[in-house]
Design a protein around this ligand. Sequence first.
Ligand code: BJW
Ligand code: ZN
Length: 253
Amino acid sequence: MTFPPGLISLLSRTLRRGSVQAGKLVALTGAGVSQESGLRTFRDAQTGLWAKHKPEDLASPQAFQRDPKLVWDWYAWRREAIKGARPNAGHYALVELESKIPQFTLITQNVDGLHRMAGARNLLELHGNIQRARCSDCGTYAETWDEDSESVPRCEECDGLLRPDVVWFGESLPRDQLEKAVEASRACDIFLSVGTSGVVQPAASLAHAAKNNGAVVVEVNMEPTPLTPKVDFFFQGKSGEVLPALVKAILDH
Ligand code: BJW
Ligand code: ZN
């Protein structure tokens, strides 16, 4: 895979090099990055028991209110799939970039924890983490719960229903994570959008905030997205192949 020399020289200016002020890089990831770890992307067709449900109809407070058991079971099913998943070459390429770039921020919409498992450190999780649960009434975090229970597990403090600690449609994102993400996106020199359909707000607006503040925007995706016409560089392909090749090109520069 070859990359435009102009982009590679721009990217190499973010590397740690003596005392010269290095450029800032922000990477935003979505479910496509975990696809090569065997996890289905959010908007992929669901299989088996879940084929008749649209993910958008399950990931909401209204769905949980209507049928808490259905929503809890969907997340339990997804947690089970994530249990066996391991980070892939795309996750590790981003960790390698982080080790070489002093001003690197990774923003993820993924709730699967694979970036952290790969070793990412300066990581902002915008949509929470599927491995955690909290009370839907009092907000207390639960350390453990009975996954095989016939009903939705309950809070030890107030007996409220437990829910996954993720951000559903219509809910606010964790304020500190979002503020840091907006700040980093506005201040960066290069913004890399990887494996996201770019339709869910406010995450989707980060690339535009970066662009409006003068950053070069680079996209990696299997398919064009609504962001593609606005980016400076678009690489069509799997993140587990494109990202390692891009990192190699920068480090060989
Ligand atoms: C590969 C690949 C490979 C495949 N390599 N690529 C402004 C305008 C209109 C609406 C709104 C607005 N502001 C807010 C809203 C409402 C709403 C929203 O955005 N709706 C849109 C759908 C229209 N946003 C919200 O409600 C947010 N809250 C909020 O803003 O609060 C204030 C507010 C509320 C209401 C009104 C106004 C203000 C909260 C959003 C929370 C999103 N939560 C979810 C669920 C998390 C838990 C769970 O996982 O169940 O987060 S939804 C889902 O989408 C999940 C994802 O993180 C997120 C993004 O999806 P992602 O990652 O992009 O995945 P996919 O599947 O869509 O795409 C995968 C991509 O990968 C594809 O492009 C493939 O081609 C590609 N790919 N394999 C590279 N190997
Ligand atoms: Zn409670």
